[in-house]
Design a protein around this ligand. Sequence first.
Ligand SMILES: O=C(CCCC[C@@H]1SC[C@@H]2NC(=O)N[C@@H]21)Nc1ccc([N+](=O)[O-])cc1
Length: 123
Amino acid sequence: VKKCNLTGQWWNDLGSNMTIDEVKKNGDFTGKYLTAVSGSTSNITASPMVGSQQLANLSQPTFGFTVHWSFTDSITVFTGQCFVDEYGKEVLKTMWLLRSRVENIKNDWNATLVGYNTFGRNK
Ligand SMILES: O=C(CCCC[C@@H]1SC[C@@H]2NC(=O)N[C@@H]21)Nc1ccc([N+](=O)[O-])cc1
């Protein structure tokens, strides 16, 4: 049976590193996210994340998680699915929304970035 266990270390195409702690019986998990890139001038530090995954069929689960950036006033939500590729490698295909704080509601239109990241088990 193909299996994608989210627990452990992941690296994405930007070089960011994420560590997911044990996945609880209800699918919830916590972890730490160290981004390799930032649009903020602050020094990058590790940030806490919380998330959850589907448990229905343990094969190739969908999931989501939220990163509460510790160094700048913004939040990113990721959502995606874990796949096992033809070589048996686990791959996380994700899309994200990055919401930055803006001073004025007039700037709300310009406050959310969207993108995608692929994560693997090696740097
Ligand atoms: O920079 C930030 C917080 C860090 C975001 C990293 C993003 S999350 C999606 C993508 N995948 C990664 O692994 N890393 C990137 N916040 C921010 C950005 C821009 C501004 N801004 O004012 O332009 C303010 C805060």
